[in-house]
Design a protein around this ligand. Structure first.
Ligand code: PLP
Length: 392
């Protein structure tokens, strides 16, 4: 056991590079270095790699190729959507209270208000409707941003209902969804069909870090964050990251092709993990799950890879330390928030008491998770909690 590779259960933070992405990128690194904006044959070949990747991405997310803007990742895609719309039109910006900081921070900067969520982490549709009521004489709402799936607890948002409410009450508002965590689990072409703007990030689905995309449908007016040579139809200047873009496209098509199988397999692993932890650890509560009539957990509103629990009387940091010693790589919350002493704003918005949120543990599974990884976590978490309780 000591020599076995660690059980990597932090796929929501980042995923291992898929072989399809690696092979495609190595090939580009070996044979293409020209600038895709150039006029000679080598430049045209680089341009073709970007164009082919754009077509693959467009097809996978249900957009037209001209609607795909490549960015430096999910954070830039989210910032471009929120700040780009806020700068292009007057009016309030609304986002859910459980957004990733890449949406929440630019929304706050634009004077935006958070829309509350219920205890499962789903947008409160009544509250959203109240916030969408047109104010007499004031500008209409500029943008509503609601993520497709949450990065901490895995809650899938009712995007259809959100889009319906926004289109009915504020037909001119732009709709953005951060689909960064959704790609491995949900058909983004379907769930985000009613949204004008859709953010993606390659390293959450087996692609490289530092590359992402924003879908901008139908020529929606957007003020660019980066101005310069006018690449990406002037929506994102800067020489394209050809290698990263090719890796993103290769990872995306492989992920989409295998998604149904992955979801089936990983959901069963996740259920075994979550049910096993609840049974083995007194005072451990699974976060944001509904209860079935038979008392079991109803996780239909969660992505397949998400297992989030709060453990009474435990500090996340100490637990993560012991888990790492036992060969389990996990997280307290999102990668950005872990290490911070403040409990997660996502859990606070869901009404999880501060005392419980201090013992938050996120075990996020992915396409490469094995049954042995789950076994290891099922052995390590109860043992670590037991040790911490005995010494506290
Ligand atoms: N949005 C969500 C929901 C995320 O989980 C993340 C990454 O954790 C991001 C945006 C940021 O993406 P990136 O790491 O590519 O900047």
């Amino acid at each position: 056991m000591a020599d076995a590779p660690p059980a990597y259960l932090d796929h929501a933070a980042s995923t291992p590079l898929r072989p399809e992405a690696r092979d495609a990128m190595v090939d580009v690194l070996d044979r293409s270095f020209a600038n895709p904006s150039g006029a000679h044959a080598a430049a045209r070949a680089a341009r073709q790699l970007v164009d082919e990747s754009r077509e693959i991405v467009a097809e996978a997310v249900g957009a037209r190729p001209g609607e795909v803007v490549f960015t430096s990742g999910g954070t830039e895609a989210d910032n471009l959507a929120v700040t780009g719309v806020a700068a292009a039109r007057p009016g309030p910006v609304l986002c859910s209270a459980v957004e990733h900081p890449a949406v929440a921070e630019p929304a706050r900067h634009a004077g935006g208000g958070p829309v509350p969520v219920d205890r499962l982490g789903r947008v409160d549709l009544d509250a959203l409707e109240a916030m969408l009521e047109p104010a007499a004489g004031g500008p209409g709402v500029a943008l509503v941003s609601v993520m497709a799936a949450n990065n901490e607890v895995g809650t899938v948002q009712p995007l259809d209902a959100v889009a319906e409410a926004v289109r009915r009450l504020q037909p001119a508002a732009a709709l953005h969804t951060d689909a960064v965590q959704a790609v491995p689990w949900l058909d983004v072409a379907v769930v985000a069909a009613g949204f004008d703007l859709v953010s993606l990030s390659a390293h959450k689905f087996g692609g490289p870090k530092g590359v992402g995309a924003l879908v901008v449908r139908g020529g929606l007016p957007l003020t660019p964050l980066l101005r310069g040579g006018g690449q990406e139809r002037a929506r994102r200047s800067g020489t394209e990251n050809v290698v990263g873009i090719v890796g993103l496209a290769a990872a995306l098509s492989a992920t989409v092709a295998e998604r149904a199988d992955t979801v089936r397999r990983v959901a069963a692993q996740r259920d075994r993990l979550a049910d096993g932890l609840v049974a083995a650890v007194p005072g451990l509560v699974e976060t944001g799950v509904a209860r079935r009539a038979d008392g079991g957990a109803d996780r239909r509103h969660k992505v397949a890879g998400a297992c989030h629990v709060c453990i009474d009387g435990i500090e996340s940091e100490s637990l993560l330390f012991l888990l790492e010693e036992a060969g389990v790589h996990a997280s307290a919350a999102s990668a950005c928030a872990s290490g911070a002493v403040e409990p997660s704003p996502v859990l606070a918005a869901m009404g999880v008491p501060r005392s419980a949120a201090r013992g938050a543990l996120r075990l996020s599974l992915g396409a490469t998770t094995t049954d042995a990884d789950v076994d290891r976590a099922l052995a390590a978490v109860p043992a670590a909690v037991d040790r911490l309780r005995r010494f506290s």
